[in-house]
Design a binder for this molecule. Structure first.
Ligand code: 13P
Length: 300
């Protein structure tokens, strides 16, 4: 079984979570790994397509090679985050070559994001990508529902969005989706939103998001597989901790450590950025998620 799937299953059994840290800049890999080791925690280094197109991660191969320099299987593994079928600018993506490249490099898990497709097409393409992953001994994450925030332009008012439940993953669709697509983990929308990445918005402080916990528990029950929380930066801590007890086995953290890195970079260059990124990653692991000292529980 893929190492990444093993730790996800363990996290789900133990009520723990695997943090996946997005690295839009290659020098962020070193301080994130250092924080995981120093906190005696376990997590993933993650890269999404938009991070090499709109930021400076360069390519999925570049992230793979940077990760390989700091490889430490007791504390860290690698994950390919969002490769959308239709991207945040509404462009169709030639996704197959990206997955082929990632799997041949040795990424143990990959994410196909068909959330901008209708249900039937999302199932069909997720099935195709899950098959590719499984043939390579890897696993596939998929997304159902709308985790907003990556698109251009400001988000609708958060309180209105949350109260309306608009875009939340539907429970009936989720159980059908998981059965028919063969995905291993499912990214769900239950009040979580991504930090903005569009020009002019990416430095903004993220809204304090809430999670609809009853809805989340129903999704966990209906799907029976590890659920993933995207948009992990800035979710109200009480809700994050409760969400982990209700089936969230992986939480994606991007904005929190990106903004810390960029702040340090502006103040004093790459080295300063690495230190501010390290400090923030330690805070996420220890204070926000309470994962200090949990590495061996996830990897044994
Ligand atoms: P945030 O940037 O809001 O933490 O979201 C990250 C994410 O979900 C990447 O997939």
């Amino acid at each position: 079984m893929s190492i990444n799937n093993r730790v996800m299953q363990r996290a789900r059994e133990l009520g723990l979570v695997v943090p996946a840290f997005n690295v839009p800049y290659l020098p962020m890999v070193e301080p994130v790994v250092r924080a995981l080791v120093d906190q005696d925690a376990f997590g993933f280094i993650a890269t999404a397509r938009l991070e090499w197109i709109k930021f400076q991660a360069r390519s999925l191969a570049a992230v793979y090679h940077e990760y390989a320099r700091y490889r430490n299987p007791a504390h860290v593994s690698l994950h390919l985050d969002h490769v959308p079928v239709i991207d945040e600018d509404q462009q169709r993506v030639d996704y197959r070559p990206l997955f082929e490249e990632a799997l041949s490099l040795g990424y143990p898990s990959i994410m196909v994001d068909g959330s901008r497709l209708d249900l039937e097409e999302n199932i069909r393409i997720t099935r195709e990508v899950a098959d590719m992953a499984h043939q390579a001994g890897a696993v596939a994450e998929a997304e159902l529902g709308a985790v907003l925030g990556h698109e251009a332009g400001p988000l609708p008012d958060y309180a209105t969005l949350f109260a309306s439940g608009k875009g939340f993953t539907a429970v009936d669709d989720a159980s059908r989706f998981v059965n028919e697509s063969g995905c291993d983990w499912l990214s769900v929308a239950v009040g979580n939103v991504h930090g903005a990445i569009a020009d002019g918005l990416r430095d903004q402080k993220k809204v304090a998001a809430h999670l609809q916990l009853d809805h989340l528990a129903q999704l966990a029950e209906a799907t029976g597989i590890p659920l993933v929380l995207h948009g992990g930066s800035g979710v109200v801590q009480e809700d994050v901790r409760a969400g982990i007890k209700r089936g969230i086995a992986k939480i994606n953290i991007g904005t929190e450590i990106r903004q810390a890195y960029e702040e340090g970079l502006r103040e004093g260059g790459v080295q300063r950025g690495q230190e501010t990124c390290y400090t923030r990653t330690c805070w996420v692991l220890d204070e926000y998620l309470g994962l200090h000292g949990t590495a061996s529980q996830l990897t044994q």
